[in-house]
Design a binder for this molecule. Structure first.
Ligand code: BGC
Ligand code: BGC
Length: 660
């Protein structure tokens, strides 16, 4: 029996929307890609010898370009469920009946997720794929695509899925990790490191709601967030994705970071399970060494909260624990997460991650599915993944019960988030960068700032002051947002459609009072110097010596530090603001600043928030959720130690000054 609603929508969409082009790429990324932020559009066939980043994420097979298909030409096939079924049957019965009606191949397809750039609408219908994702910076056509372009892509895929033999809607996933950050014009919230400094669950709850709303303007209803990376080494390039070095802050914020997504019909993902923040040397995707007790106390703690909050999905981490890849660990997935903790959502692998397991691709599929992974994120090799699941069941290497368990979990999440009721659900675009969301992002940024030093009444500044503002992040919203902002590696060069720079925000205050924005430091009384890290994400940001001038540090920091020294010697009030994804080693530079503020990666409204605090409209409330090391030898010295000595690091966990 045909599903009436989807049939009518199909006709409507078929007639009114342009066909979606599934721009294909065999994406291998190179240094040029990093420089140009162009990861998703090349047709590169060789690996650049200076390839940066994660070497084992390259596709192993080539998939032919998908054919662009107009919807009206997709044949309408019979689906196995009806709208009446959804409304009149108990969920569990609906899912059982649906599951029983599926062929092995249809089930296997539900267990696989493809990247949008490598699957066409026609293939979605042909394969009945379970899920599609946008990787970091993977837009329908261009980085500044409109909400409508995003929704057209989404709804075209959804129509194609409803037309597959199983008729099961897809669930579309995206990394909305600080707002719906792949979407041009979306509100960009502070990265998690800043939210950890607020340690304010109510704020996190509201941000999750706002982010869900800004996702739903595009129809997309699955975020690969929140990350519960309990970061033990600030050299790790993903430090800013974690709230804190200490599990207590994760535990405090975990439920708030999940509940409002799911109450708004968006699935959340607790990631990356398990131990992503604990690798030796802070190496991305590396190995964690430790006793089981330690791993449970530090890294597992937030997942109890996530399961209690009913999180829909959990993403497995690339890393190993004591030499064993989590993607192949039946102990950590089946035994601990599913049996012991009772997690009843579904488990997704990370991007191409099962390719890092031993053996052939067939072996990798078998060991990951048997370890308890329910859906394979196979951006490029999705078709081969489906084939291998089918083959493995036919060979009795994977049991039918395991497949049914995985598919039941996936169908249940789809059901609970309303995909069977209304797969085309969307919110109107007035939610995008609404005033309410801007205010919330500004509040979040304000609460995340930490005042580290304030001598000589350096701060707050008078609004009648004569101020010179300089430094690499003083007039660049892209740097305030950093990685995972319109592009995977961030967007400091192009505009992101929203936001206010620090310079513009402070100039606004000075100009509406009797202050002056000076154009030379010599003529000013106060010199504000905004230092920065260049944007990065994942392993690209790994840096074992993260100083103000080394590695990912902005190349203009050095000249700004020289200026700080000169201005200090000339008797100016020198204010430092650091925009960074982690505490940076300050070496001997702090002495040149009368006051110094850690701003983390405060997002699109960060400029206004910094201005609010520097001019004293609000007091500082942020407290360090990370220990600030005095030097490189102190990296890894965290508040999780029983013998933690607050006087040993430069600034201890929990530190933060206030005006009053
Ligand atoms: C990252 C995940 C992310 C996924 C999809 C992976 O490389 O580790 O955090 O969710 O890509 O973009
Ligand atoms: C994805 C990442 C992935 C990277 C490298 C990005 O587009 O979002 O998750 O790790 O590509 O292939």
């Amino acid at each position: 029996m045909k599903k009436l609603i989807s049939f009518l929508l199909l006709i409507f969409i078929g007639l009114s929307f342009a066909a979606c082009t599934g721009g294909f790429s065999t994406t291998l990324f190179t240094t040029t890609d990093v420089a140009t932020n162009d990861f998703m559009t090349d047709n590169e066939t060789t690996v650049d010898s200076t390839t940066v980043g994660v070497t084992d994420t390259f596709p192993t097979t080539t998939i032919t370009d998908p054919v662009t298909t107009a919807f009206t030409t997709i044949p309408i096939t019979t689906t196995t469920w009806t709208t009446e079924d959804v409304t009149t049957t108990e969920p569990v019965d609906f899912i059982n009946v649906l599951l029983a009606s599926l062929t092995l191949r249809e089930k296997a397809s539900q267990m696989v997720q493809a990247e949008r750039g490598s699957i066409s609408n026609e293939q979605v219908t042909q394969y009945g794929i379970g899920s599609i994702l946008s990787g970091g910076g993977s837009h329908p056509t261009a980085y500044d695509d409109s909400v409508d372009t995003w929704y057209n892509m989404y709804s075209n895929y959804q129509t194609a899925a409803l037309n597959s033999s199983s008729g099961i809607p897809i669930i579309y996933g995206i990394d909305a990790v600080h707002g719906n950050n792949n979407l041009y014009g979306a509100t960009i919230f502070p990265h998690n490191i800043g939210l950890g400094m607020t340690n304010n669950p109510e704020l996190i709850y509201n941000i999750s709601k706002a982010t869900a709303e800004e996702m739903l303007v595009t129809g997309i209803n699955w975020t690969f967030a929140p990350a519960f990376s309990v970061v033990q080494n600030i050299g790790w390039g993903r430090t800013y994705e974690g709230f804190s070095e200490n599990p207590e802050i994760h535990v405090n914020l975990a439920q708030a970071a999940i509940l409002e997504f799911e109450e708004n019909g968006v699935s959340a993902t607790a990631k990356h399970y398990l131990g992503d923040g604990g690798t030796v040397g802070g190496i991305d995707q590396g190995n964690v060494i430790g006793t089981e007790e330690l791993i449970r106390q530090i890294h597992l703690a937030p997942y109890y909260q996530a399961v209690a909050a009913g999180v829909d999905t959990i993403m497995i981490s690339y890393n190993s624990i004591n030499g064993i890849k989590i993607h192949g660990s039946s102990y950590w997935i089946n035994d601990v997460l599913k049996e012991e903790m009772g997690f009843d959502g579904f488990i997704i692998s990370d991007w191409n991650a099962i390719h890092q397991l031993p053996g052939s691709f067939y072996d990798q599929v078998v060991s990951s599915v048997n370890a308890g992974i329910d859906m394979l994120m196979e951006p490029y090799d999705w078709a081969a993944a489906i084939d291998n699941i089918v083959l493995a069941v036919n060979n009795s290497d994977i049991s039918v019960e395991r497949i049914d368990d995985a598919v039941r979990r996936i169908l249940t999440v789809k059901y609970e988030r309303g995909l069977f009721d209304d797969p085309f659900y969307k919110l109107d675009s007035s939610y995008l960068y609404s005033q309410e969301h801007q205010d919330l992002a500004r509040q979040a940024a304000r609460e995340s700032l930490v005042l580290l030093k304030n001598d000589n009444n350096s701060l707050p500044l008078s609004k009648n002051d004569n101020v010179y503002i300089t430094g690499p992040a003083s007039d660049n919203v892209g740097l305030l947002c950093s990685g995972w902002t319109t592009y995977w590696q961030g967007n400091p060069a192009a505009d992101i459609g929203v936001g206010t720079s620090i310079l513009d925000a402070m100039a606004g205050v000075l100009n509406t009072n009797s202050g002056t924005l000076s154009n030379s430091w010599q003529a000013a009384d106060t010199v504000v110097i905004v230092l920065a890290e260049n944007p990065y994400s994942e392993g690209v940001g790994d840096n074992s010596n993260p100083t103000l001038t080394n590695g990912n540090a902005h190349t203009q920091n050095y000249e700004s530090l020289l200026l700080a020294q000169e201005a200090q010697n000339a008797g100016k009030n020198v204010v430092g603001v650091l925009v960074s994804g982690r505490p940076l080693l300050l070496e001997n530079y702090l002495q040149y600043f009368d006051s110094f503020v850690a701003a983390w990666l405060p997002g699109s409204e960060g400029g206004l928030a910094i201005s609010d605090l520097l001019f004293g409209d609000y007091d500082f409330v942020g407290k360090l959720s990370f220990t600030w090391p005095a030097d490189v030898t102190q990296i890894g010295y965290t508040s999780n130690r029983e013998d933690y000595d607050e006087n040993y690091p430069l600034f201890p966990y929990g530190y933060g000054l206030k005006y009053n």
